[in-house]
Design a protein around this ligand. Structure first.
Ligand SMILES: [Fe+2]
Length: 295
């Protein structure tokens, strides 16, 4: 199992058609029955959704809308310092609501006229071949729940703040959206599990945790950094390495803590040339050669 699987809560479908989200005892919402009931209901929406039909409306509480508003405000201030110009342009273009959680259907309606991307609801972990593969068709799988209100700046799993503030603002950029599509096409093209894992690791170190030189400064474009209130203040102090496909595809990462090894593109063009070029042309053979270099 790839590393991503560690951080999604498992989902169990019951005989009566209902869905139970199995939160770990360390989860901030573990002992909150109201939150857990809402998580189960929201997961059920995704399990029962069929592509091509509108995404069902998730019921959020006022308290949850307030979390969105608080985190949006705090992250926006940090983005003005730490996010790439292209991501900020995407944010301005998309125009997400600031005071309330948008429904995923609404995110799709904002995004589709810009870059053709639409959101799909995900109850939890989506098999990697599906998750990445549908990017080629302009679909992005997204969780729909929000973090527990007791810790507004922390989540042990990717919630709607990560999926929408981190990813949708990037997907509103033509140039980043093109990279997502190339990652999807690469995931579709490769056949071996090892090659798929390699493609997904390059995605992890770029579109999730990528950083980029802009003039004299280091900026972030990865959704994982840009949606994390704590990590965004720390990335400049990490072990910053040059963009290197072989290294990104083989470096181990631990999703449960801040990413301490990051790969820096010299520019957006550099990212497109190196990473876009890799995804555009890679196959099982070329990835097997890269893996053999490490062995
Ligand atoms: Fe993500």
């Amino acid at each position: 199992m790839f590393e991503e699987a560690q951080y999604f809560a498992p989902i169990a479908a019951q005989d009566d058609g209902s869905v139970v989200v199995e939160l770990a005892s360390s989860h901030p919402g573990f002992a909150d029955p109201v939150y857990r009931a809402r998580r189960n209901a929201i997961a059920g929406l995704a399990v029962n959704h069929r592509r091509g039909t509108p995404i069902p409306v998730a019921a959020y509480t006022e308290q949850e809308h307030e979390i969105w508003a608080l985190v949006t405000k705090e992250l926006a201030a940090k983005h003005s310092r730490y996010a790439t110009a292209e991501y900020l342009a995407g944010t301005a273009r998309l125009g997400l609501p600031e005071a309330r959680i948008p429904q995923l259907e609404e995110v799709s309606q904002l995004l589709e006229p810009l870059t053709g991307f639409r959101y799909l609801p995900a109850a939890g972990l989506v098999p990697l071949r599906d998750f990445y593969g549908v990017l080629a068709d302009g679909y992005f799988h997204s969780t729909q729940y929000i973090r527990h209100h007791s810790v507004p700046f922390y989540t042990p799993e990717p919630d709607i703040i990560h999926e929408v503030i981190g990813h949708a603002n990037a997907l509103a950029s033509d140039r980043y959206a093109a990279l997502y599509r190339l990652a999807g096409a690469a995931a579709r093209r490769v056949e071996s599990v090892e090659a798929l894992e390699f493609v997904s690791k390059v995605f992890w170190f770029t579109l999730e945790f990528g950083v980029m030189r802009e003039g004299a400064e280091l900026k972030a474009y990865g959704a994982g950094i840009l949606s994390s209130y704590g990590e965004i203040e720390e990335f400049r102090g990490m072990d910053i390495r040059p963009l290197d496909i072989q290294a990104m595809g083989t470096t181990h990462y631990d999703i449960t803590k801040y990413q301490d090894v990051l790969f820096q593109a010299d520019s957006l063009q550099h990212l497109e040339d190196v990473v876009g070029g890799f995804w555009d042309t890679c196959d099982d053979d070329s990835i097997a050669k890269l893996l053999a270099v490490r062995a």
